[in-house]
Design a protein around this ligand. Structure first.
Ligand code: RIB
Length: 305
C-alpha cells in the first residue's frame, strides 16, 4: 500500500493556471452591435482552462495538484469545493483579498462557443509564489499550463521546470499571450488550428515540421495532427453527439498529461486524449462530460472492433 502510494506521488500532475466561474448563455444567435435579443438559457459552471485540465486528469484517475489563485468570494469558495470533490489537491490554491474570482462569459450559439475571460484573481498568481513552490514542481511527473495567468508567471514556471527537468504540457490559449521564448521550455504544445496559425503564421504542415513530436495541433472535427520527425501523423476525430464543445481542448490536455505521466507512447497518448475529448463534448458545461479512464478505454475498444 505504501509503495503504491509512493508510485502515485511520483506520477503527480501539477496544473498551474486559471480557475474561472463560467457564466454561460445559450442563444439561437449572437446579437449585432447595439441590438438586444432574448437568449434561451443561462447556467453557471466551474471552469477556467487550468481547473478544467485538472479535473480532466483527476477523473481519469490522475494524482493532480492545482496551483492557482481565486478571490475571497462565493465563486472562489465554490470553485475550490468543486476541485476538492474531484479529488484535486487544492492546498496551493490561494485567495486574493482584493481581486474577485476570474469569470468567463460564454456564449453558446450555432454549435460553437465564444468566450470572454476576465482574469481577476488569476492574475494575482505571481512568479514569487511559484518560486516558493519549487518542491511541488520538483515532485511532479508533468506540469500543465495555459495562458490565462500572467505571462511572467508562465515564464517563471518554464524556467523552473527546465532547471528541474520536469516536462511541461502547454495549451497556448489565449494565443495572444504566447511568446516565442516560451517554446524551448515546453515539451508538448497543443494549440488548436486557429491558435497555431496565430502563433506561427505559416501553413499547418510547415509549423508541425518545425516542432517534431512537440507541436500537437487539435483540429476539432478533423482530429489531431503532429509530425514525428519523418512523417505526418493524423489521429482522426471520433464522431460524437456534441452538445457543448467548451472544455474539449482542456479535456485533451488533461488526458494527454495523464497519459504522459503514465508513460504512454506519444501516439497512444494522443489517441487516448482525442478519445477523452470526444466524450467530453456530449454534456453541457466544460467539466460535466469529462470521462473516467474506463469510459475512454471502452470507447477505444468499441472503435477498434
Ligand atoms: O477552455 C474553456 C474554458 O475557457 C472555460 O471553462 C472558460 O473558463 C475559459 O477559461
Amino acid at each position: 500500500m505504501y509503495l503504491e502510494k509512493q508510485k502515485e506521488v511520483k506520477k503527480m500532475i501539477t496544473v498551474i493556471g486559471s480557475m474561472n466561474m463560467d457564466l454561460v448563455v445559450d442563444t439561437k444567435r449572437v446579437p449585432e452591435n447595439g441590438e438586444t435579443i432574448l437568449g434561451k438559457d443561462f447556467y453557471t459552471f466551474p471552469g477556467g482552462k487550468g481547473a478544467n485540465q485538472a479535473v480532466a486528469a483527476a477523473r481519469l484517475g490522475g494524482n493532480v495538484h492545482m496551483i492557482a489563485c481565486v478571490g475571497n468570494d462565493s465563486f472562489g469558495t465554490e470553485l475550490i469545493q468543486n476541485l476538492n470533490e474531484e479529488r484535486v489537491d487544492t492546498a496551493n490554491v490561494s485567495r486574493s483579498s482584493d481581486k474577485s474570482t476570474g469569470i468567463a462569459n460564454i456564449i453558446l450559439s450555432e454549435n460553437d462557443n465564444r468566450i470572454i475571460v476576465v482574469p481577476g484573481a488569476n492574475y494575482e498568481l505571481s512568479p514569487q509564489t511559484i518560486e516558493g513552490l519549487r518542491d511541488v514542481i520538483k515532485a511532479s511527473k508533468v506540469v500543465v499550463m495555459q495562458l490565462e495567468i500572467l505571462p511572467e508567471t508562465v515564464k517563471s514556471v518554464l524556467k523552473i521546470c527546465e532547471e528541474l527537468n520536469v516536462p511541461v504540457v502547454m495549451d497556448p490559449a489565449p494565443a495572444e499571450f504566447f511568446d516565442k521564448d516560451m517554446i524551448s521550455g515546453v515539451r508538448y504544445m497543443t494549440p488548436n488550428h486557429y491558435e497555431c496559425e496565430q502563433l506561427f503564421g505559416v501553413q499547418l504542415e510547415e509549423a508541425l515540421e518545425m516542432y517534431p513530436n512537440q507541436l500537437i495541433v487539435t483540429l476539432g472535427k478533423d482530429g489531431v495532427r503532429y509530425f514525428d520527425g519523418e512523417k505526418h501523423i493524423h489521429v482522426e476525430a471520433i464522431p460524437t453527439n456534441a452538445v457543448d464543445t467548451t472544455g474539449a481542448g482542456d479535456t485533451f490536455n488533461g488526458a494527454l498529461a495523464y497519459a504522459i505521466s503514465h508513460e504512454y507512447a506519444l501516439y497512444d497518448a494522443v489517441k487516448f486524449a482525442n478519445t477523452a475529448s470526444s466524450l467530453s463534448v456530449e454534456k453541457l458545461g466544460a467539466q460535466t462530460g469529462m470521462p473516467t479512464k474506463e469510459e475512454v478505454e471502452a470507447r477505444i475498444a468499441r472503435l477498434n472492433k
